[in-house]
Every structure is written in C-alpha cells, then in structure tokens.
Ligand binder design. Structure first.
Ligand code: SF4
Length: 108
C-alpha cells in the first residue's frame, strides 16, 4: 500500500511548481477569509461523498484524498482551480472563479 506522503512526493517530482500551490493552501488554511472558508467547506462536502475520501491513515491519522495523497484539511484551501484530481470540485469553484483568479499585486 502506497502511503499518502509517497503519492505527494511523486506528484511534486512530476510537477515541482505544485510546492507553491501547497504552501499557499497551508498559509490560507491558517487564517482564511470568509469566502475562503465557504469554498473550503463546499469542497469538503464533495470530498465526503467521494470514493477517494479516507477518514484516516497510519502515522498522521488525518483525513485525506486517496487519489493524490493530500491532507484535506489543507487541500480544500487551495487558491488554484481544479486541484481535485478527479475534477469534482469544479461545480462549486465556478462561483469563486473571479476571486481565485484575482491578480496578485507585485512590486516586481
Ligand atoms: S480531492 Fe477530489 S478526488 Fe480527492 S477526495 Fe476530494 S473530491 Fe475526491
């Protein structure tokens, strides 16, 4: 049985830019705005009905996606579209599309 961490690491090796997406989700999860909480809850409710949802796993004992291996408590706060590997979140993400795609300010 492949552990979630192995799946996450394989995914990062295929697409190293994902580290930014993951880091951003962890940061937002620590202090989300109201709309980010709403989106996370909507995504989470979809996960609860998904065949890839797992309530726990060895060592970390956390809720996770068995497809990508990600911990759901952070993944649901992703600020990117289509982070669900089965594309099941799209139906709720449409409502938040503009906020998720809002241009970030940069000094560069
Ligand atoms: S992220 Fe997508 S595939 Fe994974 S448990 Fe949630 S709905 Fe299912």
């Amino acid at each position: 049985m492949e552990l979630g961490l192995q799946k996450i690491l394989k995914g990062l090796l295929k697409n190293p830019s994902k580290i930014t997406t993951i880091a951003e989700a962890w940061i937002v999860a620590a202090n989300p705005q109201d709309w980010q909480k709403e989106l996370a809850n909507a995504r989470y409710n979809i996960c609860l009905d998904c065949e890839h949802y797992r309530k726990s796993r060895p060592v970390t004992n956390d809720e996770h996606c068995n497809d990508c291996g990600c911990p759901l408590s952070k993944k649901i706060f992703s600020q990117q579209f289509k982070e669900c590997p089965q594309n099941k979140w799209e139906v709720v993400e449409i409502e938040y599309k503009n906020k998720l795609h809002k241009k970030k300010k940069s000094i560069v």
